[in-house]
Every structure is written in C-alpha cells, then in structure tokens.
Design a protein around this ligand. Structure first.
Ligand SMILES: Nc1nc2c(ncn2[C@@H]2O[C@H](COP(=O)(O)OP(=O)(O)OP(=O)(O)O)[C@@H](O)[C@H]2O)c(=O)[nH]1
Length: 345
C-alpha cells in the first residue's frame, strides 16, 4: 500500500534502481525540513537569533523546492542538487555565524558523505573539496580568536584528517557502487544477447523469434525452411561438415532476404524467416530466390544442398494455428519433391 503510493509519487516502479535513491531523497527532505522547522522556531521564539533564523528559514523553504522537483517535476537529480546545496550552505553558515564553537565543525562532515551519495562521486567530491577549502580558510584565519577556548592547530589537523578520510571512503564506496552497477547492466545486455542467439550460426534463436512473433502488433508472412535430406549429408560427410553447411546456409539466407526481414534458426536443420514486407507477390519472389540461391551455392560437398519452404501468414493472436499452417505448408513442399516452396491457403 505504502510502496504503491510511493511508486506513484516518485513516478517509478519499486523494482527500478532509482526507487531507493528517490526514497532516500524523500526521507532526507522530510528529516532536514523538520530539523530546519524546529530550529526556525527555536531561533525565533526560544532563543531569538536572527542570523541563524534566516539560515534556518532558507533551509526550510529550500527543502520544499527540492520536494517540488522530486515529486512534481520528477527530476530527482535537481532535487538532490538542491538538497545538497542547502546542507552544505547551511552547515557552512553555521560554522561562520555560530560563535565559532568547535562543535559546529561536526556539521561539515555531512558534505563529503551526503554530497557523494547524492551528486555522485565526481560532483560530490568537487563540492566537498570547495567546502573543505572554505572551512579550512575560515578556521585557519579565525581560530586564534575562538572562544571560550582557542581553536588550536591540533584541532584543525584532527578536523582535516577526519574530513579527508570520510571523503576518500565515500568516494571509493560510491565510485565502486556505480562501476559495479554499470558492469551489471552491461553483463545483462550480453546475457540477453547470448540467450537470444544461436551458438552455431549466430542467427537469432527460437526464443527470440517466438518473442517477436508473439509480440507482433500486425500480421507477418513467415517462412519455415528445412534442409532437404540433411541426414544423408551428415551420414555421408560427417557431423562437422554438416555444421559448416548450416553456418554457410545461414549466411546465404541472410544475404538473400531484405535488411528488415528477420532470419532465425528454429532448431536442428530448420530455419525461419519473418518478412517485413506485407505483399505476398514480393514474398513469393523472395522464396523463389531463396530456393535458387541455396541450390546454386557451393557448399564444398560435390553435390547441391537444397531447401524446402513452407509459407503462412502469422497472427500473434492465433500463434499456434499459424505455426501449424506453416508446418503444413512445409510438409506440402516436401511432398511436392523438395527444393521448392508451398504457401498455406
Ligand atoms: N550437423 C548437424 N546436423 C544436425 C543438426 N541438427 C540436426 N541435424 C541433423 O539433421 C538431420 C535431420 O534429418 P531428418 O529430420 O531425418 O530429415 P532429412 O534427412 O533432412 O530429410 P527431409 O527433412 O525429409 O528432407 C538429422 O540427421 C539430424 O542429426 C546440427 O546442428 N548439426
């Protein structure tokens, strides 16, 4: 229920990698705006202090602008940049105006951690370094006058050390996380490619062809192609030679059809062509060419290799019936004496 509401608010499904990031932004905006709301009240009513009140109010209203970009404009990167700028600016102001108390420096540690997470390790570290330079300069030039205890060089060294460690750890963590995510996405693309490619011929495999056929929004002519007497070829010339013939045959099929037609290996010595062209006359011409090209190709076995082709109209809604028709047409082509085509009526 809550997840569904958040999915709607963020504009992405909970399975989307961005969902967690948007969720973090959303929670951070609520938390930080509540903090600024409370301190606005504190600096206005309990302990009136105009400089901090102004800073708190700027922070409070900026959170709403961030929320607007996150939820209405659906631009999480802009929301993240606003959130981070508020945090960096306000913590910096806090250090400048809060009586130079050493504890104010603790708030500076927000930037190297949050900045890298929200803006990415590149922009996050640039902002962190600028922030650090500003704070360092301020501390270095003012620390002799800090009250109640003077800010000593050793305090500045401690601060610099912790800040640098946090920056390095955050940088390393975020860059590794992003790299791992990118590698995973690339591996998925490769995996998808492997899962839909036939290992022998490098044509699309049956899984891919099935997907195309089932998701087609319009009818297509589909040809089922079977190599004639391939058992004899295997028996006579060996399985390895048979494999080479299938590879060459696949190449001839691809070069004999149009660029938009899809050629796939259905399995064994059966191939499929899905024609992009809706004209039957054009497709029939193509079938004649296929029979002629294959029969005229030299497969290096001192005898021709021929194919039989069945053609049928394929409709995604009656996928199984369409496959039966094309099988029937192929059977007819074989019955007619092979090395020919037949069209399902
Ligand atoms: N070399 C090789 N042979 C295969 C492969 N897949 C299937 N075959 C062979 O293809 C042959 C198909 O034989 P059959 O189904 O009897 O058909 P056919 O000999 O082509 O006869 P018709 O279909 O009637 O023309 C079998 O001998 C299978 O072993 C493959 O990947 N490589």
């Amino acid at each position: 229920m809550v997840i569904r509401y958040l999915e709607q608010a963020f504009g992405v499904a909970s399975s989307h990698p961005d969902f967690r990031f948007r969720g973090f932004l959303f929670s951070a905006l609520i938390l930080i705006s509540s903090g600024f709301g409370f301190f606005s009240f504190y600096n206005a009513v309990i302990d009136f202090y105009p400089p901090m009140l102004i800073a708190d109010l700027i922070g409070f209203f900026s959170c709403f602008i961030g929320g607007y970009y996150l939820l209405v404009k659906k631009q999480p990167k802009v929301a993240a940049a606003i959130l981070q700028l508020i945090v960096t600016l306000i913590t910096f102001l806090f250090i400048l105006v809060d009586g130079n108390e050493e504890f104010a420096l603790a708030f500076a540690f927000f930037t190297p951690v949050m900045g890298i997470f929200l803006l990415g390790y590149k922009f996050g570290s640039i902002l962190s370094v600028i922030n650090f330079a500003g704070i360092f300069y301020f501390c270095f030039t003012q620390m002799g006058t800090w009250q109640p205890a003077p800010f000593l060089s050793i305090n500045l060294i401690h601060f610099s050390f912790v800040y640098t460690i946090l920056l390095i750890v955050s940088f390393y963590y975020d860059s590794s996380r992003r790299k791992a995510y990118q590698m995973l996405a690339e591996a998925n693309v490769k995996l998808q490619e492997l899962a839909t490619t036939d290992a022998l011929t490098a044509l699309r495999n049956r899984r891919y062809i099935d997907d195309v056929l089932l998701n087609a929004t319009s009818d297509h002519y589909m040809a089922m192609i079977d190599v004639d007497d391939f058992k004899q070829v295997n028996d006579q010339f060996g399985h390895d030679k048979g494999d080479k013939i299938l590879v060459k045959l696949a190449r001839v099929l691809v070069s004999s059809v149009g660029a938009k037609d899809i050629v796939g290996r259905w399995g064994g010595e059966e191939f499929v062509v899905i024609f992009a062209e809706p004209s039957l006359a054009h497709v029939e011409e193509c079938l004649k060419c296929l029979n002629q090209h294959i029969a005229a190709t030299d497969f290096g076995i001192q005898r021709p290799v021929t194919i039989s082709i069945g053609l049928a109209n394929h409709n995604a809604k009656s996928h199984k019936e369409s496959l039966r028709s094309v099988d029937q047409a192929l059977y007819e082509a074989k019955s007619k004496g092979k090395n020919t085509y037949s069209i399902a009526c």
